[in-house]
Design a protein around this ligand. Structure first.
Ligand SMILES: NC(=O)c1ccc[n+]([C@@H]2O[C@H](COP(=O)([O-])OP(=O)(O)OC[C@H]3O[C@@H](n4cnc5c(N)ncnc54)[C@H](OP(=O)(O)O)[C@@H]3O)[C@@H](O)[C@H]2O)c1
Length: 259
């Protein structure tokens, strides 16, 4: 039972690893001995985060727009050129859009669904050869997808495709999990509640708003980097080897109802 949470020596991709929740996950993996490839569109931000995390371990920046086939091909080619196998794929890059129901822009709906759902499917399937090379009964390969509590419950936000996309990836992950289980590849979602990030800045950018959000959570705080990194490390380690097709809420009890 010793070291059952160890992820030392593994290789991971974390999409959207340049900031926010992806950066928290990447940092947790890097500090625990994982070689982590991070990806995001803005090359400068991606390089800067990789440079910061490289002081803690191994982190490589691969800038790419994952909403496009070319971006996905670039990331897969880059990792394939350096690695024989991929142990952990964290599909975390995502976007949201808020607008009134009566005139929600059609292209914004497409954009959210594309990066939050289709890109997850495309990148996961393109990474299968690398994941298969890592998979074994003793240590399955792991696919982890960042969904959201908004993919499980209904929020008060006017971000209609976002909740649908996050519910969609939970369903998608179960279906892929079923297909890949005999091949020793697990597929799980994490479903965060509120965490500090650019996406959440609108709700956390003043002390007043911040404490209102924290107080709405039964545990009376927003998520910390260790909360989300810990869940990913669990799902990536021996401790999580027999878990597949699940959605793990990391929300301080938010789905139990307002605090
Ligand atoms: N923060 C929360 O409270 C919360 C709660 C539940 C779920 N989530 C989910 O957590 C994930 C991370 O969100 P976050 O809150 O950390 O938001 P964020 O700060 O906006 O980070 C999003 C990340 O995804 C990247 N990204 C966006 N579009 C991309 C694209 N087309 N190609 C490649 N990379 C792309 C961004 O970099 P570039 O802009 O440079 O591309 C950035 O690294 C998302 O899936 C989000 O839905 C967040």
């Amino acid at each position: 039972m010793k070291n059952i949470f160890s992820v030392e020596g593994k290789v991971a991709i974390v999409t959207g690893g340049s900031r926010g929740i992806g950066e928290m996950i990447a940092e947790g993996l890097v500090e625990n001995g994982v070689r982590v490839y991070i990806s995001a569109r803005k090359a400068d931000a991606c390089e800067a985060t990789a440079a910061r995390l490289s002081k803690l371990g191994e982190c490589i920046s691969v800038p790419a727009d994952l909403s496009t086939p070319d971006g996905i091909a670039k990331l897969v080619a880059e990792v394939s050129s350096k690695e024989e196998q991929l142990d952990i794929l964290v599909n975390n890059a995502g976007a949201t859009w808020g607008a009134p129901l009566d005139d929600f822009p059609s292209d914004a709906f497409d954009k959210v669904m594309n990066i939050n759902v289709k890109a997850v499917f495309e990148l996961t399937t393109k990474c299968l050869p690398l994941l298969r090379a890592s998979a074994s009964p003793a240590d399955p390969a792991r696919v982890i997808i960042t969904s959201s509590v908004e993919g499980i419950g209904i929020s008060a936000q006017s971000n209609y495709p976002y909740g649908a996309s996050k519910a969609g990836v939970i369903h998608l992950s179960k279906q892929i999990a079923k297909t890949l289980a005999p091949e020793q590849i697990t597929v799980n979602c994490i479903a965060p509640g509120p965490f500090e990030s650019k996406m959440m800045a609108f709700a956390l950018d003043s002390e007043e708003k911040r404490s209102a959000v924290a107080n709405s959570v039964p545990m009376k705080r927003i998520g910390q980097p260790e909360d989300v990194a810990g869940a990913v490390i669990y799902l990536s380690s021996k401790a999580g080897a027999y878990v597949t097709g699940q959605a793990l809420a990391i929300d301080g009890g938010g789905l139990l109802g307002p605090g």
